[in-house]
Design a protein around this ligand. Structure first.
Ligand code: DX5
Ligand code: ZN
Length: 214
């Protein structure tokens, strides 16, 4: 699966920018609060509007403090998938239950320096694992290949039936990096600058899809 990140899109033309990637599996929406990460983007009102403007399932990635309080609102707004950071969540197991009760898939994200092993039991309650391959906060950063060990561990846990998760990667995915990520066992690839900085975002998306499938 490919999930274009609208962080690199034109925020004044979001409906058009979504239409430009109509073949996408998910549309990745980066919510930042200038506290959990040193950047501020968009929030609930924009997600609500976007939900009415596209049929692509919204994959909301919350880079915010206190997701226990705010995340369910995104599920209620119609997000397909709401991903919170394990470093920010006070009670991630309970939060996953609340997200599912509100009708969304629950996602858990790990920053590059956060190990997977301590959270295996927590991940039993989640539908998606989002492995960050850059420090969260900005698009266009360089891919950190060392996180692929975490992807391989997650892949193994899924393939052996210990976890049931979509393994998603986010940060620095482009034509040069997507193949190694695919080889490590990623199911869903987020790509922002590699898609929206291209002259034809739809074509860039399909090219990445072809590379990931090889
Ligand atoms: C970074 C965001 C990413 C970002 C990826 O904190 O979570 O989703 O949009 O952008 P690229 O693909 O340009 O690294
Ligand atoms: Zn993201």
């Amino acid at each position: 699966m490919i999930a274009p990140s609208i962080l690199s899109a034109d925020f004044a033309r979001l409906a058009d920018e979504a239409a430009a990637v109509s073949g996408a599996d998910w549309l990745h929406v980066d919510v930042m609060d200038a506290h959990f990460v040193p950047n501020l983007t968009i929030g609930l009102p924009v997600v609500k509007s976007l939900r009415g403007a596209t049929d692509i399932p919204l994959d909301c990635h919350l880079m915010i403090e206190d997701p226990d309080r705010w995340a369910v609102g995104y599920a209620e707004a119609g997000a397909h998938n709401v991903t919170v950071h394990v470093e920010a969540a006070a009670d991630p197991v309970r939060l996953a239950g609340n997200l599912r009760a509100a009708g969304a898939k629950a996602g858990l994200s790990l920053k590059p320096g956060t190990p997977l092993e301590p959270y295996v039991d927590v991940l039993k309650h989640y539908d998606t694992l989002l492995v960050m391959s850059v420090e969260p906060g900005f698009g266009g950063q360089k891919f950190m290949a060392d996180v692929l060990d975490k992807v391989r561990t997650a892949r193994r846990l899924v393939d052996t039936g210990h976890l049931k998760l979509v393994v998603e990667i986010d940060g620095g995915i482009n034509a040069d990096t997507i193949e190694q990520a695919a080889e490590a066992g990623v199911d869903c690839f987020v790509a922002g600058s590699a898609i929206y900085d291209a002259s034809d975002p739809g074509q860039a998306l399909e090219r990445l899809r072809g590379q990931a499938a090889r």
